[in-house]
Design a protein around this ligand. Structure first.
Ligand SMILES: [Ca+2]
Length: 442
């Protein structure tokens, strides 16, 4: 009996010991698992941080590289514009209206191109090695420069100018909206539900910018466009605007309107369009409309005839015709077909050996267009001729390529150079004039 008792006691003891050991083993396992979990979190956080730091450092490096590539492009553009204004523009009477910016594409690859582009270009030019000349191309990435002019656009700040320039701008705007193709814009309300006629739209532009708050003569007693009743209310500026984007605040200017006409506006320069620089047929049409000798001219009264004429004038540059002065423009507009025939005959050889074969055959095959006789005095009020004043410089810099062939990193710079700005603190009197008036990198 006592034997059994003894046995069972020792059994119980042994069992308790086993239980204790088992519970201690469980504790260790939990600790190891917990430790591993913490370690895992630490490692993941560390590797995420490292990756993020690496990517942001690479981004900062790329951003800095492209910024300096953009600046190089802008400096190169400035050089081209200087050569244009100081050499070519001063010799216009001998050289005619040559614009270096028309040819920048041809040689830009040599300065801003990658290694491959430079060697392709040098092979084309005479089979020498691109590396043979120091300083061609850029070490990493590439940049491309486009130089265009703002001289052929409507300066909307003229709405706040003299009586004459206000009147001209109003008529130019009306002429720009004149064509039948734009009827739907004025038959349907804009994105804010505003119904307007062409006259009201033009008045909205003028009144937003002109200083007075009284009225434009086309409307009632005060400028009332309901800016303050919109969901986001604001006031009309009633002053000069700083960028063309501000025009999107003008009543009636919604996305559709902006897509159609936004490219025709500027806020820089003077109030006359440079006849050699207008590229848009709508603005050419408005110049013809405003300066026709006979106000009842059958062409200016018929939108289709006027459009055909304006388009032909816009194409003139591609046929190799340059408008050195207002008379050349008036002569061309008076008899566009005759002018082209003369061109095909080879009577007018330009500084680069006249128009190309392609341009000649295009000119020979052009449909006949009816001309308009212009009044030189009226033409002089809306347009001028001569060197360009404003240049828009767009530089795009890229670095590397993705698997899909798109640039891995790119940045764009838009600058506007005004050749007429007077510099106050110049290093040399050679740089008396000309400055960047707009500079934006995105
Ligand atoms: Ca006003």
């Amino acid at each position: 009996m006592s034997q059994t008792k003894k046995y069972s006691r020792s059994m119980r003891r042994a069992r308790r010991r086993a239980r204790d050991t088992k519970s201690q083993a469980g504790m260790a396992l939990i600790m190891v698992v917990a430790f591993l979990a913490v370690l895992q979190a630490l490692v993941t956080e560390y590797s995420t941080n490292t990756t993020m730091n690496f990517v942001s450092a690479a981004n900062a490096r790329d951003a800095m590289r492209t910024t300096f590539l953009n600046r190089s492009g802008a400096n190169l553009a400035q050089l081209i514009i200087r050569v244009q204004t100081d050499v070519l523009d001063k010799n216009r009477q001998f050289l005619g209206d040559i614009q270096l910016s028309d040819y920048t594409e041809l040689f830009m690859g040599a300065f801003g191109g990658s290694k491959e582009e430079v060697s392709d270009l040098s092979a084309m030019l005479g089979g020498f090695d691109g590396d043979a000349i120091e300083g061609l191309g850029v070490a990493a990435g590439a940049f491309d420069v486009q130089i265009t002019t703002e001289d052929g656009k409507l300066n909307m700040n003229c709405a706040n100018g003299s009586e004459a320039s206000r009147k001209n701008l109003r008529t130019e705007l009306e002429a720009m909206l004149f064509f039948e193709a734009y009827n739907p814009i004025f038959e349907e309300p804009d994105a804010d539900g505003w119904n307007r006629t062409r006259e009201e739209q033009v008045a909205a532009f003028m009144d937003y910018i002109d200083k007075d708050t009284a009225k434009s003569e086309l409307r009632g007693s005060s400028e009332e466009y309901g800016y303050q009743s919109l969901d986001d209310r604001y006031r009309a500026k009633n002053n000069y605007i700083d960028t063309t984007s501000e025009l999107k605040l003008v009543r009636g200017v919604d996305d559709r309107f902006w897509t159609l006409f936004g490219g025709q506006f500027t806020v820089y320069g003077d109030c006359k369009l440079n006849i050699g620089a207008i590229a848009d047929p709508r603005l050419i049409a408005s110049v013809i409309f405003l300066s026709a000798k006979n106000a009842e001219d059958p062409v200016t009264q018929d939108p289709r005839l006027l459009w055909a004429l304006a388009k032909r004038v816009a194409e003139a540059r591609s046929f190799g015709v340059y408008f050195d002065d207002l008379n050349a423009f008036a002569d061309y507009v008076k008899n566009p077909d005759g002018a082209l025939k003369e061109l095909v005959g080879g009577a007018d050889q330009g500084p680069f050996g006249g128009p190309s074969q392609g341009a000649q055959s295009a000119a020979a095959n052009a449909d006949p267009v009816q001309g308009v006789e212009l009044d030189p005095q009226k033409l002089g009020q809306v347009a001028k001729s001569g060197p360009r004043r404003l240049y828009r410089v767009e530089v795009t810099s890229t670095l590397g390529f993705t698997a899909k062939g798109k640039p891995r990193f790119s940045r764009k710079l838009v600058g506007i150079w005004d050749t007429e700005v007077q510099n106050q603190n110049m290093r040399s009197t050679d740089y008396r004039k000309g400055a960047w008036v707009f500079w934006r990198e995105e």
